[in-house]
Design a protein around this ligand. Sequence first.
Ligand SMILES: Cc1cc2nc3c(=O)[nH]c(=O)nc-3n(C[C@H](O)[C@H](O)[C@H](O)COP(=O)(O)OP(=O)(O)OC[C@H]3O[C@@H](n4cnc5c(N)ncnc54)[C@H](O)[C@@H]3O)c2cc1C
Length: 487
Amino acid sequence: MKSQKKTIIIGSGFSALAAASYLSKSGQDVSIFEKNSQIGGRARQLKKEGFTFDIGPTWYWMPDVFERFFADFGKLPSDYYSLEKLSPAYSVYFGVEDRITIGDTLDKICEAFESEEAGSSKTLRKFIDKARKNYDIAIKDLVYRPGLSPLELVTPETAVRVGQFFSTIQRDVRKAFKNERLALILEFPVLFLGAKASKTPGFYSFMNYADFGIGTFHPKKGMYEVVKGMAALAKELGVVIRTDMNVEEIIIDQGRASGVIVNGQKYMADLVLSGADYHHSETLLPKKYRQYSEDYWDRKTFAPSSLLFYIGFDKKLINVDHHTLFFDVDFEKHAEAIYDNAKWPEDPLFYASFPSITDDHAAPNGKEAGIFLIPIAPGLEDTPEIRAVYLDKILTRFESLTNQNVKNSIIFTESFCVNDFVRDYNSYKGNAYGMANTLLQTAFLRPKLKSKKVKNLFFTGQLSVPGPGVPPSLISGKLVADLMQND
Ligand SMILES: Cc1cc2nc3c(=O)[nH]c(=O)nc-3n(C[C@H](O)[C@H](O)[C@H](O)COP(=O)(O)OP(=O)(O)OC[C@H]3O[C@@H](n4cnc5c(N)ncnc54)[C@H](O)[C@@H]3O)c2cc1C
């Protein structure tokens, strides 16, 4: 009888949970070692005074990716959590009581575009149709390739779209839409990929199809239900999940990964997979076994970090939706402060989420849960004083834009920023969303799933293939599990 291979997985983010299920299903003996006391990584949950907040992701996009994941185990997402399509999907503020609402169907969104600029809905339908074709090519096929070779990207479909890899989202959007506000809305989805629209290949317009063509969903009780669902599946398949297990070292024996050290104690394994941030994972190895130098990481375009606030309000708020974006300030200036000249933005754009508008579980009756997010450059100085200044800045603007007082309705405020990303997740420079998907950081040009220097050592997660976001993390877990099984 073949003996079961023992695999240790570092971390319990989405990619690690996904990989664990695939590996366990293939017959391996899988244990997850998570340093924190709560699983889920960047998608952990904060509960306070009857309020529930998702600490990280709040947008559930690309439901087909989650369906495909659960289907691989003969399951449905609804076996673990229930989804609601948000209506409206979100709204975007451009000035005082001036906002565009993005509905839950393309027809409704076309109406909104039309009232902003006559004739724009026809252009939008054409744009989204092209984006849909890219979605079919990218999300149903290309992203499920492990980034081993450039040839993976060469298919009959991509061959006729080569120009889209060298054009950018910004160029394509602005060629089609002259209206600044509509252009900004169409450039918003690629922020999830971690780079500016002017640095993201035009082919990534599939994100616009995910946004306008498929829509925005909310798992009842919050995104953490997805973490819980994936952990439940993993456990059903035999995975052991251990929390408060900070891996201090990956043990190498004759060039092979043979276990990890936690709290000075050795845990042996046949295979080691790290779902922690790639940069940190390599620091768990002696220098000669690391594939990427500090200089390599420093040269890479990292996705932003974030300053986040989780606020309990003692009343229901008005003039906001479940997801509300505040684009009332100069977008380019803020982007420059993130990507070109790293500093705190003077007038930040920000995003706010009020899950309790659609979900009773998020806040006690008559109260509102608010999550505010300002994207910032990774590695910025992070002090309580700076956080306080920015909280006041955005709440002052929020009050005037939405025409209501909220500062005097705050029950409590919790915050999370660069220092917390580093402390809680060992995140490189406190990045929130990993490494950006630019042309030179796509597919085979990203840090590899399999170590080139250490046998039986693998990596997964948003710094590797295919990239940032919850759906890509699920895919990353599948890709690495396939590689490990075939190795
Ligand atoms: C604020 C924020 C908002 C976001 N919004 C969205 C969104 O709306 N939609 C979306 O799709 N995506 C969003 N994302 C991105 C998404 O959350 C991530 O891409 C995804 O969760 C990353 O998963 P991962 O598998 O790479 O692992 P991570 O979540 O990074 O987990 C890594 C795990 O490894 C653990 N670890 C680290 N070092 C060690 C060690 N030495 N020993 C043991 N364990 C260790 C960490 O504690 C952590 O649990 C957001 C992210 C953030 C931060």
